[in-house]
Design a protein around this ligand. Sequence first.
Ligand code: NAD
Length: 423
Amino acid sequence: MSGKGEASPDGKLFLESVLSSVKRAFEIGGMSMDFYELLKVPKRIVTVSVPIKDRKGNIVIYTGFRVQHSDVLGPYKGGIRYHPKVNLDEVTALAMLMTYKCAALSLPFGGAKGGVACDPKTLTVEELERITRRYTHMISNVIGPFVDIPAPDVYTDARVMAWIMDTYSQLMGRQVPEVVTGKPVYLGGSEGREEATGFGAAVVTREACRLLGIPVKGARVAIQGFGNVGSYAALHLASQGAKIVAVSDSKGAIYSKDGLYIERLMSHKKSTGTVLGFPGATQISEHELLQLDVDILIPAAIEGVITKEVAERVKAKIITEGANGPTTSEGSLVLQERGVFVIPDILASAGGVTGSYFEWVQNLQREHWPREVVLNKIEEKMVKSFNDMTNEMKKLEVGPRDALMVLSVSRISTAIQSLGIWP
Ligand code: NAD
């Protein structure tokens, strides 16, 4: 047996940190604390057993989750994560972030998240497919195109989304591409969706540079996590002339004073499985990467990496939270005191769900839009939210995270207020 998804101290801390920033927003915005109590608990939590036969014919049981936090503003929406450390607190925190992210971007979605506690790096493709299909079957009665629409997250990709779509479609007896987003383009996926989160992170980083008077051309950038989000953020920032001087993955970090050639690094990572060993770059530690003398730092890997201690040593002027929850609540306060401009995760990593929204709309209308159309629409929404956030910052005299969270929470509170509690 493996992959039990047991409670972890990290998951608990992450959940506490999300709840504390939501509570802060309710207090700053002067909204009813009754609504905070309501939103403190997800509307539905599903825990499922996912048994499969492994490559040797042995039965292995994994644990899967789907947490549906709030559907006040629309159907639940959120990714599915495959990672050995997936646990209920973490998935709950991520589901909550989705609610606030969708509200911050004014998308007609609520928030959910799913996960299976497994280690994809040790699984064969067949085992991964069996886990995905069985997990989908187990949650099939709580997802659906107008109920809950999953998407990719850490260690899940377009292929996994295709298996989810196919399993759900088989169960329904008809093709239902709109049940999941982040599918391969030839199966109803959207152009631009794969790069959407990194693209969105690059867009808001450019806006923050504009606000702070830092030219993007020549700006020095360090990125933790060179996966989907990190690599495309790097590519889009490099295309504007920024210098990506350091990146990392789970195996280690690399540095190049003159900037890394991102397209070549993406091929290197694809062929070797790591950024390490990239010609011309030197290896540094993860700690060094987070504390480098750069203009922009993009944590795009996992949660809780910018702790109080790290925050005290960060030299970047802008932090773009490409990952979900990369800064702890203590870290966040230190960064605010030190005047670091932090673009909060609910905006910086929202390009993906915004792209997902446009994929869903295309699927429902049986349309297929060109990449430029999709990216322009994502950019428009991201810039609008960035401007909403900075206006709220001026109005309330607070930092970016508090300002955006207040906006988001007030949109949800207004909806709860007018809907009331039934019966
Ligand atoms: P991914 O699996 O494509 O990439 C994650 C990368 O992080 C990998 O390169 C991995 O090696 C690296 N990594 C893992 N642990 C690390 C560590 N301790 N130090 C340095 N690197 C480490 O995942 P992704 O989709 O890019 O997601 C990254 C983050 O962005 C997650 O927090 C995820 O929730 C968030 N996010 C993703 C999307 C999306 O559309 N993919 C959307 C919104 C938010």
